[in-house]
Design a protein around this ligand. Structure first.
Ligand SMILES: *[C@@H]1O[C@H](CO)[C@@H](O)[C@H](O)[C@H]1NC(C)=O
Length: 453
Protein backbone atom coordinates (compact mmCIF):
# COMPACT_ATOMS: atom_id res chain seq x y z
CA UNK A 1 0.00 0.00 0.00
CA UNK A 2 1.11 3.51 -0.79
CA UNK A 3 0.78 4.53 2.83
CA UNK A 4 3.38 1.95 3.88
CA UNK A 5 6.04 3.21 1.48
CA UNK A 6 6.45 6.45 3.37
CA UNK A 7 6.98 4.64 6.65
CA UNK A 8 9.43 2.10 5.24
CA UNK A 9 11.48 4.86 3.67
CA UNK A 10 12.15 6.20 7.16
CA UNK A 11 15.07 4.44 8.75
CA UNK A 12 15.61 4.23 12.45
CA UNK A 13 18.56 6.63 12.04
CA UNK A 14 16.31 9.23 10.37
CA UNK A 15 13.79 8.79 13.15
CA UNK A 16 16.37 9.32 15.84
CA UNK A 17 17.73 12.44 14.10
CA UNK A 18 14.18 13.82 13.92
CA UNK A 19 13.69 13.00 17.58
CA UNK A 20 16.88 14.83 18.55
CA UNK A 21 15.64 17.94 16.72
CA UNK A 22 12.24 17.68 18.32
CA UNK A 23 13.67 17.28 21.81
CA UNK A 24 15.93 20.30 21.45
CA UNK A 25 12.92 22.37 20.36
CA UNK A 26 11.00 21.16 23.45
CA UNK A 27 13.91 21.92 25.77
CA UNK A 28 14.21 25.46 24.39
CA UNK A 29 10.46 26.05 24.55
CA UNK A 30 10.25 24.64 28.09
CA UNK A 31 12.23 27.43 29.77
CA UNK A 32 9.90 28.67 32.50
CA UNK A 33 8.79 32.29 32.73
CA UNK A 34 9.91 34.14 35.88
CA UNK A 35 7.98 33.55 39.06
CA UNK A 36 7.04 29.88 38.55
CA UNK A 37 8.24 26.51 39.78
CA UNK A 38 7.06 23.09 38.70
CA UNK A 39 7.12 19.63 40.27
CA UNK A 40 5.95 16.18 39.23
CA UNK A 41 5.80 12.84 40.97
CA UNK A 42 4.37 9.37 40.43
CA UNK A 43 2.38 7.07 42.70
CA UNK A 44 0.83 3.60 42.55
CA UNK A 45 -2.56 2.66 43.91
CA UNK A 46 -5.34 0.09 43.67
CA UNK A 47 -8.55 1.71 42.40
CA UNK A 48 -11.50 1.13 44.74
CA UNK A 49 -13.51 0.07 41.67
CA UNK A 50 -10.87 -2.43 40.47
CA UNK A 51 -8.84 -3.57 43.48
CA UNK A 52 -6.78 -6.15 41.57
CA UNK A 53 -5.33 -3.41 39.36
CA UNK A 54 -1.98 -1.80 40.09
CA UNK A 55 -2.68 1.65 38.69
CA UNK A 56 -0.13 4.43 38.21
CA UNK A 57 -0.83 8.11 38.54
CA UNK A 58 1.23 11.23 37.99
CA UNK A 59 0.71 14.41 39.95
CA UNK A 60 1.91 17.72 38.50
CA UNK A 61 2.22 20.96 40.41
CA UNK A 62 2.62 24.53 39.15
CA UNK A 63 3.38 27.08 41.87
CA UNK A 64 3.73 30.85 41.65
CA UNK A 65 6.27 32.51 43.95
CA UNK A 66 3.53 34.93 45.03
CA UNK A 67 -0.27 34.69 44.84
CA UNK A 68 -1.56 36.31 41.65
CA UNK A 69 -4.78 38.12 40.90
CA UNK A 70 -4.13 37.74 37.21
CA UNK A 71 -5.57 34.36 36.28
CA UNK A 72 -8.29 33.19 33.91
CA UNK A 73 -9.85 29.96 32.72
CA UNK A 74 -12.15 28.46 30.13
CA UNK A 75 -14.04 25.30 31.09
CA UNK A 76 -15.99 22.57 29.31
CA UNK A 77 -19.66 23.23 28.70
CA UNK A 78 -20.42 19.56 29.30
CA UNK A 79 -23.44 19.25 31.62
CA UNK A 80 -21.67 16.49 33.57
CA UNK A 81 -18.49 18.35 34.46
CA UNK A 82 -15.82 16.81 36.65
CA UNK A 83 -15.57 17.91 40.28
CA UNK A 84 -12.34 19.83 39.56
CA UNK A 85 -14.26 21.91 37.00
CA UNK A 86 -16.85 22.78 39.67
CA UNK A 87 -14.10 23.69 42.14
CA UNK A 88 -12.12 25.53 39.44
CA UNK A 89 -15.13 27.69 38.59
CA UNK A 90 -15.37 28.67 42.26
CA UNK A 91 -11.68 29.51 42.37
CA UNK A 92 -12.16 31.91 39.46
CA UNK A 93 -14.17 34.13 41.81
CA UNK A 94 -11.29 34.27 44.34
CA UNK A 95 -9.12 37.35 44.58
CA UNK A 96 -5.96 35.34 43.96
CA UNK A 97 -4.56 31.86 43.30
CA UNK A 98 -1.03 30.53 43.75
CA UNK A 99 -0.94 26.94 42.50
CA UNK A 100 -2.46 24.42 40.13
CA UNK A 101 -2.36 20.67 40.80
CA UNK A 102 -3.13 18.14 38.07
CA UNK A 103 -3.49 14.40 38.28
CA UNK A 104 -3.90 11.95 35.43
CA UNK A 105 -5.47 8.45 35.52
CA UNK A 106 -8.77 9.41 37.20
CA UNK A 107 -10.92 12.34 36.14
CA UNK A 108 -13.00 12.55 39.34
CA UNK A 109 -16.34 12.87 37.57
CA UNK A 110 -19.64 11.82 39.21
CA UNK A 111 -17.97 9.24 41.47
CA UNK A 112 -19.59 8.41 44.82
CA UNK A 113 -22.04 10.76 46.54
CA UNK A 114 -22.60 14.17 44.95
CA UNK A 115 -20.32 15.87 47.49
CA UNK A 116 -17.68 13.13 47.40
CA UNK A 117 -15.75 14.16 44.30
CA UNK A 118 -15.71 17.86 45.20
CA UNK A 119 -14.57 17.06 48.74
CA UNK A 120 -11.88 14.77 47.31
CA UNK A 121 -10.49 17.57 45.13
CA UNK A 122 -10.62 19.99 48.06
CA UNK A 123 -8.70 17.58 50.30
CA UNK A 124 -5.87 17.34 47.78
CA UNK A 125 -5.80 21.16 47.50
CA UNK A 126 -5.74 21.49 51.30
CA UNK A 127 -2.84 19.03 51.62
CA UNK A 128 -0.90 21.03 49.05
CA UNK A 129 -1.67 24.38 50.63
CA UNK A 130 -0.45 23.02 53.98
CA UNK A 131 2.76 21.57 52.54
CA UNK A 132 3.49 24.77 50.59
CA UNK A 133 2.67 26.89 53.65
CA UNK A 134 0.12 28.98 51.74
CA UNK A 135 -1.50 31.33 54.23
CA UNK A 136 -4.62 31.58 52.07
CA UNK A 137 -5.25 27.82 52.29
CA UNK A 138 -6.86 25.50 49.74
CA UNK A 139 -8.64 28.40 48.00
CA UNK A 140 -5.30 29.35 46.46
CA UNK A 141 -4.98 25.97 44.74
CA UNK A 142 -6.81 25.06 41.51
CA UNK A 143 -7.33 21.30 41.02
CA UNK A 144 -7.52 19.47 37.67
CA UNK A 145 -8.04 15.78 37.01
CA UNK A 146 -8.07 13.73 33.85
CA UNK A 147 -8.53 10.04 33.11
CA UNK A 148 -11.14 7.40 33.82
CA UNK A 149 -14.64 8.75 34.40
CA UNK A 150 -16.56 7.35 37.36
CA UNK A 151 -13.71 6.22 39.61
CA UNK A 152 -12.82 7.90 42.91
CA UNK A 153 -9.56 9.70 43.44
CA UNK A 154 -7.13 7.79 45.70
CA UNK A 155 -7.06 10.80 48.02
CA UNK A 156 -5.04 9.20 50.83
CA UNK A 157 -2.26 8.10 48.46
CA UNK A 158 -2.33 11.46 46.67
CA UNK A 159 -2.00 13.36 49.96
CA UNK A 160 0.85 11.04 50.95
CA UNK A 161 2.63 11.95 47.67
CA UNK A 162 2.30 15.71 48.27
CA UNK A 163 5.64 16.17 50.11
CA UNK A 164 7.51 14.45 47.24
CA UNK A 165 5.58 16.59 44.72
CA UNK A 166 6.43 19.82 46.50
CA UNK A 167 10.04 18.69 47.00
CA UNK A 168 10.46 17.93 43.29
CA UNK A 169 9.93 21.54 42.24
CA UNK A 170 12.42 23.19 39.90
CA UNK A 171 12.45 26.53 38.10
CA UNK A 172 14.04 25.53 34.80
CA UNK A 173 11.59 23.71 32.57
CA UNK A 174 7.89 23.09 31.98
CA UNK A 175 8.69 19.88 30.11
CA UNK A 176 8.23 17.55 33.12
CA UNK A 177 4.75 19.07 33.57
CA UNK A 178 3.92 18.55 29.89
CA UNK A 179 4.84 14.89 30.43
CA UNK A 180 3.23 14.54 33.84
CA UNK A 181 -0.28 15.49 32.65
CA UNK A 182 -0.32 12.99 29.75
CA UNK A 183 -2.76 10.08 29.62
CA UNK A 184 -3.11 8.36 26.24
CA UNK A 185 -1.02 11.06 24.56
CA UNK A 186 1.88 9.72 22.51
CA UNK A 187 4.15 12.66 23.33
CA UNK A 188 4.29 15.85 25.40
CA UNK A 189 2.85 18.97 23.79
CA UNK A 190 4.40 22.30 24.62
CA UNK A 191 4.79 25.66 22.84
CA UNK A 192 6.32 28.98 23.79
CA UNK A 193 6.78 32.56 22.63
CA UNK A 194 8.55 35.68 23.83
CA UNK A 195 6.28 38.71 24.05
CA UNK A 196 6.24 42.14 25.69
CA UNK A 197 9.68 41.60 27.23
CA UNK A 198 8.51 38.41 28.93
CA UNK A 199 7.62 34.89 28.06
CA UNK A 200 4.62 32.63 27.46
CA UNK A 201 4.92 28.87 27.90
CA UNK A 202 1.93 26.60 27.38
CA UNK A 203 1.46 22.86 27.58
CA UNK A 204 -1.53 20.62 26.97
CA UNK A 205 -2.70 17.06 27.09
CA UNK A 206 -5.31 15.50 24.86
CA UNK A 207 -5.14 12.80 22.24
CA UNK A 208 -8.15 14.33 20.55
CA UNK A 209 -11.63 13.36 21.60
CA UNK A 210 -11.04 9.99 20.10
CA UNK A 211 -11.72 8.02 23.24
CA UNK A 212 -14.90 9.70 24.37
CA UNK A 213 -14.90 7.79 27.66
CA UNK A 214 -11.50 9.02 28.69
CA UNK A 215 -10.04 11.74 26.61
CA UNK A 216 -9.91 15.25 27.97
CA UNK A 217 -8.06 18.32 26.95
CA UNK A 218 -6.23 20.20 29.66
CA UNK A 219 -4.09 23.18 28.77
CA UNK A 220 -2.02 25.55 30.89
CA UNK A 221 -0.58 28.92 29.94
CA UNK A 222 2.13 30.41 32.16
CA UNK A 223 3.47 33.91 31.65
CA UNK A 224 5.54 36.42 33.57
CA UNK A 225 4.01 39.38 31.70
CA UNK A 226 1.88 41.45 34.08
CA UNK A 227 -1.35 41.26 32.08
CA UNK A 228 -4.14 42.76 34.20
CA UNK A 229 -6.74 40.27 35.39
CA UNK A 230 -9.62 41.85 33.47
CA UNK A 231 -7.66 41.95 30.25
CA UNK A 232 -6.57 38.33 30.63
CA UNK A 233 -10.16 37.25 31.30
CA UNK A 234 -11.36 39.13 28.28
CA UNK A 235 -8.77 37.75 25.87
CA UNK A 236 -8.56 34.10 26.98
CA UNK A 237 -12.06 33.12 25.71
CA UNK A 238 -11.31 34.96 22.45
CA UNK A 239 -8.03 33.08 22.06
CA UNK A 240 -9.65 29.75 23.00
CA UNK A 241 -12.40 30.35 20.44
CA UNK A 242 -9.81 30.84 17.71
CA UNK A 243 -7.54 27.96 18.77
CA UNK A 244 -8.76 25.13 21.00
CA UNK A 245 -12.39 25.63 19.93
CA UNK A 246 -11.36 25.48 16.29
CA UNK A 247 -10.20 21.89 16.40
CA UNK A 248 -12.14 18.73 15.99
CA UNK A 249 -11.05 15.14 15.88
CA UNK A 250 -14.53 13.68 16.13
CA UNK A 251 -16.58 16.44 17.72
CA UNK A 252 -16.88 14.90 21.20
CA UNK A 253 -16.60 17.23 24.17
CA UNK A 254 -15.22 15.78 27.36
CA UNK A 255 -16.25 16.33 30.96
CA UNK A 256 -12.98 17.89 32.05
CA UNK A 257 -11.75 20.25 29.29
CA UNK A 258 -10.02 23.12 31.00
CA UNK A 259 -7.73 25.92 29.88
CA UNK A 260 -6.04 27.95 32.63
CA UNK A 261 -3.82 31.00 32.26
CA UNK A 262 -1.64 32.30 35.10
CA UNK A 263 0.42 35.50 35.02
CA UNK A 264 3.13 35.96 37.64
CA UNK A 265 3.49 39.65 36.85
CA UNK A 266 7.31 39.57 37.16
CA UNK A 267 7.64 41.54 33.89
CA UNK A 268 5.76 44.86 33.90
CA UNK A 269 3.50 45.54 30.94
CA UNK A 270 3.62 49.00 29.37
CA UNK A 271 0.29 50.80 29.40
CA UNK A 272 -1.92 51.31 26.38
CA UNK A 273 -3.63 48.93 24.03
CA UNK A 274 -0.63 48.08 21.79
CA UNK A 275 1.26 45.96 24.37
CA UNK A 276 -1.95 44.10 25.21
CA UNK A 277 -2.57 43.43 21.53
CA UNK A 278 1.00 42.16 21.14
CA UNK A 279 0.51 39.83 24.09
CA UNK A 280 -2.80 38.53 22.71
CA UNK A 281 -1.23 37.83 19.32
CA UNK A 282 1.57 35.83 20.96
CA UNK A 283 -0.90 33.99 23.17
CA UNK A 284 -3.03 33.09 20.17
CA UNK A 285 -0.04 31.83 18.23
CA UNK A 286 1.08 29.62 21.15
CA UNK A 287 -2.44 28.24 21.69
CA UNK A 288 -3.02 27.64 17.97
CA UNK A 289 0.21 25.63 17.72
CA UNK A 290 -0.71 23.66 20.81
CA UNK A 291 -4.18 22.97 19.43
CA UNK A 292 -2.58 21.67 16.24
CA UNK A 293 -0.34 19.40 18.32
CA UNK A 294 -3.44 17.94 19.98
CA UNK A 295 -4.99 17.08 16.61
CA UNK A 296 -1.72 15.70 15.25
CA UNK A 297 -1.42 13.46 18.30
CA UNK A 298 -4.91 11.97 17.91
CA UNK A 299 -4.82 8.18 17.75
CA UNK A 300 -5.29 6.90 14.24
CA UNK A 301 -4.72 10.38 12.79
CA UNK A 302 -2.76 10.30 9.53
CA UNK A 303 -3.50 13.78 8.20
CA UNK A 304 -4.16 17.07 9.92
CA UNK A 305 -6.58 19.15 7.88
CA UNK A 306 -6.40 22.93 8.00
CA UNK A 307 -9.46 24.63 6.57
CA UNK A 308 -9.41 28.40 6.11
CA UNK A 309 -12.78 29.90 5.25
CA UNK A 310 -12.66 33.54 4.11
CA UNK A 311 -15.04 35.96 2.46
CA UNK A 312 -17.78 35.03 4.94
CA UNK A 313 -20.46 37.42 6.25
CA UNK A 314 -19.48 36.56 9.85
CA UNK A 315 -16.77 34.75 11.76
CA UNK A 316 -19.36 32.36 13.20
CA UNK A 317 -20.53 31.27 9.76
CA UNK A 318 -16.92 30.93 8.56
CA UNK A 319 -16.15 28.69 11.53
CA UNK A 320 -19.33 26.63 11.06
CA UNK A 321 -18.46 25.98 7.42
CA UNK A 322 -14.87 25.11 8.29
CA UNK A 323 -16.11 22.66 10.91
CA UNK A 324 -18.55 21.16 8.41
CA UNK A 325 -15.62 20.34 6.14
CA UNK A 326 -13.41 18.82 8.85
CA UNK A 327 -16.38 16.91 10.30
CA UNK A 328 -17.63 15.47 7.01
CA UNK A 329 -17.10 11.73 7.41
CA UNK A 330 -16.99 11.24 3.65
CA UNK A 331 -14.32 13.87 3.18
CA UNK A 332 -12.37 12.65 6.24
CA UNK A 333 -12.25 9.16 4.72
CA UNK A 334 -11.13 10.54 1.36
CA UNK A 335 -8.28 12.41 3.03
CA UNK A 336 -7.25 9.27 4.91
CA UNK A 337 -6.90 7.52 1.54
CA UNK A 338 -5.01 10.44 -0.07
CA UNK A 339 -7.99 10.82 -2.39
CA UNK A 340 -8.50 14.47 -3.39
CA UNK A 341 -12.27 14.15 -3.59
CA UNK A 342 -13.09 17.80 -4.19
CA UNK A 343 -16.78 17.10 -4.67
CA UNK A 344 -17.06 16.12 -1.02
CA UNK A 345 -15.65 19.49 0.10
CA UNK A 346 -18.16 21.31 -2.08
CA UNK A 347 -20.98 19.15 -0.70
CA UNK A 348 -19.95 19.85 2.90
CA UNK A 349 -19.60 23.61 2.31
CA UNK A 350 -22.93 23.80 0.53
CA UNK A 351 -24.71 21.67 3.08
CA UNK A 352 -23.64 23.92 5.94
CA UNK A 353 -24.01 27.22 4.04
CA UNK A 354 -27.56 26.25 3.10
CA UNK A 355 -28.38 26.18 6.81
CA UNK A 356 -26.27 28.98 8.31
CA UNK A 357 -26.39 31.38 5.32
CA UNK A 358 -29.66 30.48 3.58
CA UNK A 359 -30.06 33.88 1.93
CA UNK A 360 -26.45 34.53 0.97
CA UNK A 361 -25.52 33.69 -2.62
CA UNK A 362 -22.16 31.88 -2.68
CA UNK A 363 -22.13 30.90 -6.34
CA UNK A 364 -18.87 32.86 -6.82
CA UNK A 365 -17.04 30.83 -4.20
CA UNK A 366 -13.61 29.34 -4.81
CA UNK A 367 -11.79 26.38 -3.29
CA UNK A 368 -8.05 25.76 -3.23
CA UNK A 369 -6.19 22.72 -1.98
CA UNK A 370 -2.53 23.17 -1.12
CA UNK A 371 -2.68 26.51 -2.96
CA UNK A 372 -4.03 24.96 -6.17
CA UNK A 373 -7.39 26.13 -7.45
CA UNK A 374 -9.93 23.31 -7.77
CA UNK A 375 -13.18 25.29 -7.89
CA UNK A 376 -13.71 28.78 -9.29
CA UNK A 377 -16.82 30.80 -10.21
CA UNK A 378 -19.14 27.85 -9.85
CA UNK A 379 -16.99 25.43 -11.85
CA UNK A 380 -14.57 22.68 -10.95
CA UNK A 381 -11.01 23.14 -12.22
CA UNK A 382 -9.99 19.52 -12.40
CA UNK A 383 -7.94 19.43 -15.55
CA UNK A 384 -4.66 17.90 -16.60
CA UNK A 385 -2.49 16.70 -13.77
CA UNK A 386 -4.60 18.17 -10.93
CA UNK A 387 -5.48 14.75 -9.56
CA UNK A 388 -1.84 13.59 -9.47
CA UNK A 389 -0.59 16.84 -7.98
CA UNK A 390 -3.22 16.70 -5.24
CA UNK A 391 -2.52 13.03 -4.50
CA UNK A 392 1.18 13.87 -4.01
CA UNK A 393 0.20 16.83 -1.85
CA UNK A 394 -1.96 14.67 0.45
CA UNK A 395 0.77 12.05 0.54
CA UNK A 396 3.53 14.37 1.77
CA UNK A 397 1.25 15.49 4.61
CA UNK A 398 0.72 11.91 5.80
CA UNK A 399 1.81 10.87 9.29
CA UNK A 400 3.23 7.37 9.77
CA UNK A 401 1.34 4.89 11.89
CA UNK A 402 2.90 3.76 15.12
CA UNK A 403 2.91 0.14 13.91
CA UNK A 404 4.66 1.09 10.67
CA UNK A 405 7.60 2.92 12.19
CA UNK A 406 11.05 1.43 11.83
CA UNK A 407 12.01 1.65 15.51
CA UNK A 408 10.65 -0.41 18.37
CA UNK A 409 9.63 2.72 20.23
CA UNK A 410 7.66 4.08 17.26
CA UNK A 411 7.52 7.86 17.05
CA UNK A 412 7.20 9.37 20.50
CA UNK A 413 6.94 12.74 18.75
CA UNK A 414 5.38 14.15 15.54
CA UNK A 415 7.79 13.42 12.66
CA UNK A 416 6.54 16.51 10.80
CA UNK A 417 4.02 19.33 11.17
CA UNK A 418 2.55 19.44 7.68
CA UNK A 419 -1.17 19.90 7.13
CA UNK A 420 -3.59 19.46 4.25
CA UNK A 421 -4.55 23.09 3.57
CA UNK A 422 -8.02 23.73 2.17
CA UNK A 423 -8.98 27.33 1.46
CA UNK A 424 -12.59 28.23 0.83
CA UNK A 425 -13.35 31.81 -0.23
CA UNK A 426 -17.10 32.44 -0.15
CA UNK A 427 -16.76 35.93 -1.69
CA UNK A 428 -19.68 37.06 0.43
CA UNK A 429 -18.06 39.17 3.17
CA UNK A 430 -14.88 40.02 5.06
CA UNK A 431 -14.86 37.49 7.91
CA UNK A 432 -12.63 34.45 8.11
CA UNK A 433 -11.89 31.48 10.36
CA UNK A 434 -9.31 28.71 10.51
CA UNK A 435 -10.34 25.26 11.66
CA UNK A 436 -8.21 22.17 12.21
CA UNK A 437 -9.41 18.61 11.93
CA UNK A 438 -8.26 15.06 11.37
CA UNK A 439 -8.90 12.41 8.78
CA UNK A 440 -10.90 9.28 9.60
CA UNK A 441 -8.81 6.16 9.29
CA UNK A 442 -9.48 2.48 9.73
CA UNK A 443 -7.04 2.68 12.66
CA UNK A 444 -9.33 5.18 14.38
CA UNK A 445 -12.25 2.79 14.01
CA UNK A 446 -10.19 -0.20 15.17
CA UNK A 447 -8.94 1.63 18.26
CA UNK A 448 -12.38 2.81 19.28
CA UNK A 449 -14.23 -0.39 18.40
CA UNK A 450 -11.84 -2.31 20.67
CA UNK A 451 -11.68 0.27 23.39
CA UNK A 452 -13.79 -1.52 25.99
CA UNK A 453 -12.51 -5.02 25.34
C1 LIG B 1 4.97 9.40 36.40
O1 LIG B 1 4.89 8.35 37.33
C2 LIG B 1 5.79 7.28 37.13
C3 LIG B 1 5.57 6.26 38.22
O2 LIG B 1 4.23 6.01 38.43
C4 LIG B 1 7.20 7.78 37.15
O3 LIG B 1 8.07 6.73 36.81
C5 LIG B 1 7.39 8.93 36.16
O4 LIG B 1 8.68 9.44 36.28
C6 LIG B 1 6.36 10.00 36.44
N1 LIG B 1 6.48 11.05 35.43
C7 LIG B 1 6.70 12.31 35.76
C8 LIG B 1 6.81 13.26 34.61
O5 LIG B 1 6.82 12.68 36.90
Amino acid sequence: MAARMFALALTCATASALLTGHMSRLRADGRLPRGFSIGTTGLSFSPAEKPAMNAKMNMTLVVLDEPTESFAAVFTRNAFPGAPVLVGKRRMAERAVQAVVVNNKISNVCAGSPDGPVADSERVCAALAAELGLAGGAELVVPCSTGVIGWRLPVAQMCAAVPALVGARQRESALPAARGIMTTDAYPKMRAADACGGRIVAFAKGAGMIEPNMATMLAYVLTDVAVPRDALREMLPRVAAASFNCISVDGDQSTSDTLIALASGAVPLASGSAPLAEFERALLSVCAQLAADVVRNGEGVRHVMEVVVSGAPSEASARAIGKAVVNSNLFKCAVAGNDPNVGRILAAVGSCAGVVLPDVPIGGASIRIGGRSVFEDGRFQLTGDTEDVLYAYFKQAELPLHAETPCDEGFPFPPHERTVLIEVDLRAGDARARVLGADLTSEYVAINADYRS
